[in-house]
Design a protein around this ligand. Structure first.
Ligand code: 3PG
Ligand code: MN
Ligand code: MN
Length: 547
């Protein structure tokens, strides 16, 4: 894995720093755009005075099945880190189902065999068509196949979305699904929704930010311990009336009949976690598969056949049983740099820590070289982020500036979570504040990079804060008869900025203008060039050329 020294680019005299502003896209519209509404003098100045282009960050440009699919952190950071586009989970699972490959695999066959020996087959996962972590069509295909293969009893544990899809769309999924289940149910096929809850309240924590979420999910799905309702519909309506929260924040519920939970998970059962994306799948998968387990009091571990939709962590091989091979992301820029003696530094706060380590390195949780790599996690607040929209951007910047000034690292990378995590709350004012807080930090960081003789690449992994309301076709905020707007909590399809900032009056490189539709996968080759290397031949082309 030797990199070739470039004869065209000399290495940057200072550190090269990639700055990912998570969820900060460029909207063609002004209405509802918190990025534009925010007062961000530093970002404005950088965009106006330094070489800048827009990068594609959604759809096929990041390995999603179609250009209707928005980008997300996984596919975005995978593309930035690997310098190439790999077909991603959403696409691989759909293809595996369409070709029938999934049903031929050992994992599926073991799951079905377990259920046919008298166990219940449980499906647990994110219940929407967001295609970020999961897709409801994959779930349906598996239920139908299970029935066809003679499984007698299926229970569903549904995590309500409201984050990758409309903020109060849960019943748009649940109601038709109940009708669909009615159509499938028969004398020898017993299928029902057994438990669920909002994805930000139960089960889908990530990066160990808040294990109590997973514990609440465990108690509800596995032990059947939680508030009981006659149906998911009743739970959603009741909680909405009582709490006025959006779907992602609805508490957990247990569906029960005569006080008996419909689908506890016990010995001899099979469990499929049907999310394909790993970050929010790892903790619950650990709870189901680790014999010795400390993060929370789990109680006795039921002896189940557990399968993930994919293997979520290539280093720890978690979970050992999985239905679809994950994308084979190899030879990432992090690995190349490590193998060529380049010291690297990665930093973010908990909520995005794995984005600049695990996703960046092709869904591997370990380092390539302990001596050459420093990974820093600033603990995130455990609060609704609209209450603390500045999050930890100041603390991240403190540490990053120290690292830049230390002279120890030639390549540094950071993810600032604000645009995305606050964008997902659907709170416009908070998103504006998030952007303003972030700008204050850029105003500290950029001069430090320039002073060190370095270069900063400012970009993002996908949009989010750039569209805080649902827009009509003309790009205006939609309003109902009472004039109310509808918050948009999900990512956007918009491109992201790419700004190349250095202190040199006359840099020896310039942005290329001949690339038809550059995207996130063009960043890695650019970084390697700035460090004085040629990119590997199969990397997507660099965004720069000699001036
Ligand atoms: O997991 C989440 O928070 C959302 O589904 C996607 O956000 P991310 O891709 O920016 O992490
Ligand atoms: Mn993101
Ligand atoms: Mn996001």
């Amino acid at each position: 894995m030797k990199l070739v020294k470039s004869s065209r680019f000399s290495p940057c005299p200072g550190p090269v720093v990639t700055i990912v502003l998570d969820g900060v896209g460029i909207s063609p519209h002004d209405d509802g755009d918190a990025v534009k509404a925010a007062r961000t003098p530093m970002l404005d100045k950088l965009m106006a005075n330094f070489p800048m282009t827009k990068l594609l960050a959604h759809g096929k440009a990041v390995g999603m099945p179609s250009d209707e699919d928005m980008g997300n952190s996984e596919v975005g950071h995978n593309a930035i880190g690997a310098g190439r586009v790999f077909a991603q989970g959403a696409k691989l699972v759909a293809e595996s189902i369409a070709s029938g490959h999934l049903w031929q695999g050992h994992a599926w066959q073991e799951v079905v065999a377990t259920a046919k020996q008298g166990g219940t087959l449980h499906f647990l996962g994110l219940f929407s068509d967001g295609n970020v972590h999961s897709h409801i069509d994959h779930l349906k295909a598996m239920i139908e196949r299970a029935k066809q293969e003679g499984v007698g009893k299926v229970r569903l544990h549904i995590l309500l979305d409201g984050r990758d899809v409309g903020e109060t769309s849960a019943l748009d999924y649940v109601d038709p699904f109940e009708t669909y289940l009615d159509g499938l149910r028969s004398a020898d096929f017993d299928v029902a929704i057994a438990s669920g809850g909002g994805r930000m309240k139960i089960t889908m924590d990530r990066y160990e930010a808040d294990w109590s979420m997973v514990q609440r999910g465990w108690d509800i799905h596995v032990k059947g311990e939680g508030r009981q309702f006659a149906s998911a519909h009743e739970a959603i309506e009741t909680y909405r009336n009582e709490l006025s929260v959006i779907d992602q924040d609805l508490p957990g519920f247990v569906v029960a009949k005569d006080g008996q939970p419909l689908g506890k998970i016990g010995d001899g059962d099979a469990v499929v976690f049907f999310n394909f994306r790993g970050d929010r799948a790892i903790e619950i998968s650990r709870a189901f598969t680790e014999e010795t387990f400390c993060p929370f009091h789990r109680g006795p571990l039921p002896k189940v056949t557990y399968a993930g939709m994919m293997q979520y962590d290539g280093d720890t091989k978690l979970p050992p049983r999985f239905l679809v091979e994950p994308p084979a992301i190899s030879r990432t820029m992090g690995e190349y740099l490590a193998k060529n003696g380049v010291a690297q530094y990665a930093i973010s706060e908990t909520q995005k820590y794995g984005h600049v380590t695990y996703f960046w390195n092709g869904n591997r949780s370990g380092k390539f070289d302990d001596a050459l790599e420093t990974y820093v996690e600033i603990p995130s607040d455990v609060v609704p982020f609209e209450q603390r929209p500045w999050m930890k951007c100041a603390e991240i910047t403190d540490a990053l500036i120290d690292a830049v000034r230390s002279g120890q690292y030639q390549y540094l990378r950071v993810n600032y979570a604000n645009g995305d995590m606050v964008g997902h709350t659907g709170n416009f004012e908070a998103a504006v504040t998030a952007m303003q807080g972030l700008d204050l930090q850029l105003a500290r960081l950029i001069p430090a990079i320039i002073e060190a003789g370095g270069v900063a690449l400012i970009t993002a992994d996908h949009g989010n804060a750039d569209e805080m309301y649902e827009l009509d076709k003309k790009g205006n905020v939609t309003r109902d008869a009472e004039g109310r707007t509808k918050a948009k909590t999900s990512h956007t399809l918009n491109p992201v900025p790419f700004v190349l900032v250095s202190g040199e009056a006359d840099p020896a490189y310039k942005l290329r203008s001949d690339l038809a539709a550059p995207g996130l996968s063009n960043i890695a080759a650019t970084v390697l060039n700035l460090l004085g290397y040629e990119a590997p031949e199969d990397y997507d082309p660099s965004l720069i050329e000699p001036a």
